[in-house]
Ligand binder design. Structure first.
Ligand SMILES: [Zn+2]
Ligand SMILES: [Zn+2]
Length: 287
């Protein structure tokens, strides 16, 4: 087993979003791997945090409350990681339930659009296709395929489900400003996740964007990430240092990777020291 004693991993998903392990399984796994601290950063939800934190206290590993928020951005995607916030803060909870409600309304809207196009796919059929888990566009694709409306998943997305297609419904997202506001209100700290997905053309454009985010309250950059090339890692590190931002890292481990990626160590190249956690704590808003 590839262990990393006293390392940390600041980006991990559980079944509260799209991971394969329950929050407590993930915490036990991290402990078995010798990690000193992990942050649970499920997509747009803090639903796994209570369980993870208490399991961490029980078995003796630091569990940092976290979240990964998808923010409005183009052309690529922007994910913001929040850490150390008060997970019981009313504004944080209100904002996240608003988001969940908006998301829950999205799938019935897709079903309605399909029906308006004369396609007989009911929302109940899509829910059944999801097998009881979170419903998403792949389940619509599956039903479209089963009923013979399309010949492949790809065709289902191209004709009906992808952005701009006939039955597409926009996902509700927070602006970066809004996401930073409620995490800041809850006394948390915000870090820009995996900058390589932002779709920025070159270093100067990226620098401008990060600078704007800093003005909104950004405190760190996820420099160390399995999908960053050596060059990207070096660039993001230089940028973070120049702007006085905390350098963090994480594996984005979901517990179902088939490509040898593992918690704490990535593909063997990662060794994230505990000092990252201390730097994050030092960047927290004072009250
Ligand atoms: Zn992400
Ligand atoms: Zn992630």
């Amino acid at each position: 087993m590839n262990k990393c004693m006293s390392c940390v991993d600041l980006h991990v998903h559980t079944t509260a979003s799209d991971g394969a392990m329950s929050p407590s399984e993930m915490v036990r796994y991290a402990r078995a791997k010798g990690l000193q601290a992990i942050a649970i950063t499920d997509h747009d939800t803090i639903g796994g945090l209570d369980e993870a934190v208490s399991e961490g206290e029980r078995i003796g590993i630091e569990v940092i409350p976290g979240i990964e928020i998808s923010a409005e951005h183009s052309p690529g995607s922007m994910h913001l990681l929040g850490y150390f916030f008060d997970r019981h803060h009313p504004m944080l909870n209100e904002r996240l339930s608003y988001l969940q409600k908006a998301r829950a309304e999205r799938n019935p809207k897709i079903a309605q659009k399909l029906s308006d196009l004369g396609i007989r796919v009911t929302y109940d059929e899509v829910v059944r296709a999801s097998g009881g888990g979170q419903v998403g566009r792949p389940h619509f694709a599956q039903v479209l395929l089963e009923k013979g409306y399309v010949k492949s998943f790809q065709e289902a997305f191209d004709r009906f489900l992808k952005k701009g297609a006939q039955a597409y419904v926009d996902k509700v997202r927070f602006s970066p400003k809004e996401a930073m506001r409620f995490i800041g209100e809850a006394k948390g700290v915000v870090v820009l996740a995996h900058p390589n997905t932002l779709g920025m053309k070159g270093y100067a454009e990226l620098e401008r964007l990060i600078f704007e985010l800093v003005e909104l309250g950004l405190k760190g950059v996820e420099v160390h990430y399995p999908e960053h090339s050596a060059l990207e890692t070096a660039q993001y590190k230089a940028l973070a240092e120049r702007l006085g931002l905390v350098i963090t890292g994480g594996t984005d481990y979901h517990g179902l990777e088939e490509n040898k990626l593992d918690i704490g160590v990535g593909r063997g190249e990662m060794k994230l020291p505990y000092s990252m956690v201390e730097s994050l704590k030092a960047a927290l808003p004072r009250s």
